[in-house]
Design a protein around this ligand. Structure first.
Ligand SMILES: [Zn+2]
Length: 150
């Protein structure tokens, strides 16, 4: 009975993987919040996709009014004298102006990609929106540039 159950679960997982993930293979990365599966082909993209996973596991914290307010404060107080900070600022403003669907989720994922997996690299106003233990768990699960968040 247990074997049949596992076989069915395996088929469902494979089905979801083939149907939901593979059609996006032309892109450097993708994360599907319904299947919790994702893939990525380079470090920056992996971090971005992991950012989406962390967002979902945090109850879509990117959609909260607190996060929107923090981003607004960040945009008004960002230190642009250092090139890395200026690059992040450009990425965030570009994302906000060009993303039609759910720009705050993309902004959240870009903040995480920028951090390089180290939350100390984030602007202090943004840092509290990332749970350290969740970040550690999600980073650990990302082996060989293919993520499985089941
Ligand atoms: Zn994204």
């Amino acid at each position: 009975m247990r074997t049949i159950y596992l076989s069915i679960v395996r088929r469902i997982v494979l089905f979801v993987f083939l149907i939901v993930i593979l059609p996006n293979q032309g892109r450097p990365g993708s994360y599907n919040r319904y299947s919790n599966l994702g893939y990525c082909t380079d470090t920056s993209t992996c971090l971005h996709e992991i950012g989406h996973a962390i967002d979902d596991k945090s109850g879509r914290i990117s959609q909260s009014e607190d996060f929107k307010l923090a981003v607004a404060i960040y945009l008004n107080t960002a230190d642009l004298s250092e090139w890395r900070s200026a690059r992040l600022y450009n990425q965030i403003t570009y994302t906000l102006f060009t993303t039609k669907q759910n720009p705050m989720a993309e902004v959240y994922a870009w903040f995480f990609a920028y951090s390089g997996g180290n939350l100390d690299n984030l602007p202090s106003i943004i840092r509290p929106f990332f749970d350290q233990s969740l970040v550690r768990e999600c980073l650990k699960q990302n082996g060989n540039h293919i993520m499985w968040f089941l």
